[in-house]
Design a protein around this ligand. Structure first.
Ligand code: NAP
Length: 288
């Protein structure tokens, strides 16, 4: 197996690379300098050059406000580029794993979403990612679509200084209290996620999968646990989901139920609390 990781310097891409190294799997880490995925010729050139047997696409245009302001860019990166990638993979008999999002759902379903639920995105980001899922599966049968959610990792998200955990730790040390909303999800550390992606990739059970840490919580509860585990006494105050003004619609409950992974015995994710503990231990050992 040789894996081409697209978006390898992003939050998830960096941990995919880490896990490939740990497993001694041949790989090529492609950043935007190696390939702008909106350029089909550049994709073809890189595939010819690297001859991968598998491509994992972790690249996306996912700043929700910018997606609203520039829907054409969102569609170019999250739909059209994904179609081009899938077409090239098909022509070269390469497995494709494409990373998608919980934001393909509208967030109105109380118990969360299985792979059987009908997507109904309510913002441009979600619409463009759903269009990308469909483009990839139409173009290439050997495609895994993996919907993930609420990521944090050792590498910060592209263009940002902090992930949610690090931001709470920073603000917790600076402020008298933290106000956090109560949207529901499963916060997910990218390192165990990358390990689970690799296990799925070793199969040929193509299709759509939900993959996130086990257990559902709210951003408020998550922030409280971050304060507890880091011994930060700053109180966390729950606020309504529209407390912070936004210029995009935000789904309120997008907890992903991992039915398809359970069915193939590959729901290997830790609980969100175990993952948070692991992340904080690693973070503090890296600081020492
Ligand atoms: N973050 C979350 O909470 C979350 C939640 C649900 C789903 N997801 C999905 O998970 C995946 C990984 O997200 P992430 O948080 O790891 O994102 P990230 O840290 O922002 O990384 C995205 C990567 O995509 C690259 N990229 C963007 N446009 C590109 C282009 N035209 N050509 C080549 N590379 C390009 C970026 O490169 P530059 O650094 O050069 O811009 C960056 O390396 C994405 O598919 C995202 O939609 C994320």
């Amino acid at each position: 197996m040789k894996v081409l990781v697209i978006g390898s310097n992003g939050q998830l891409g960096a941990d995919v690379v880490r896990v490939l190294i740990e497993n001694k799997i041949d790989y090529f880490p492609a950043t935007r300098k190696d390939v702008d995925i909106t350029n089909p010729q550049a994709i073809r050139h890189l595939i010819d050059q690297q001859q991968p047997t598998v491509v994992i696409n972790c690249a996306a245009f996912h700043d929700l406000s910018l997606c609203e302001q520039s829907p054409d860019i969102a569609m170019r990166v999250n739909r059209d580029a994904v179609r081009s990638l899938a077409e090239v993979c098909k022509q070269n008999s390469i497995k494709l794993m494409h990373i998608s999002t919980d934001y393909v759902f509208d967030g109105s379903k109380e118990e969360g979403y299985t792979e059987l639920d009908t997507p109904k995105p309510i913002n441009i980001y979600g619409k463009s990612k759903l269009a990308g899922e469909r483009a990839a599966t139409e173009a290439h049968a050997s495609t895994f679509i993996v919907r993930v959610q609420s990521l944090y990792g050792q590498t910060m998200p592209s263009g940002k200084q902090h992930n949610f955990v690090n931001l709470m730790l920073k603000l917790g040390s600076e402020r008298d209290e933290l106000k956090v909303d109560q949207c529901l999800m499963a916060p997910t550390w990218t390192y165990p996620l990358a390990k689970n992606l690799l296990e799925l990739l070793k199969t040929d059970k193509y299709g759509t999968y939900h993959m996130s840490c086990k257990g559902r919580t709210s951003w408020y509860e998550f922030a409280k646990e971050i304060m507890t585990l880091s011994n930060t006494p700053t109180p966390v105050i729950p606020v309504s989901n529209d407390f912070f003004p936004r210029d995009f619609n935000r789904p309120e409950n997008t907890y992903l139920i991992k039915g398809n992974l359970e069915e193939i015995g590959l729901n290997l994710m830790p609980s969100w609390k175990e993952a948070l503990e692991g992340y904080l231990i690693l973070k503090s050992s890296n600081q020492n």
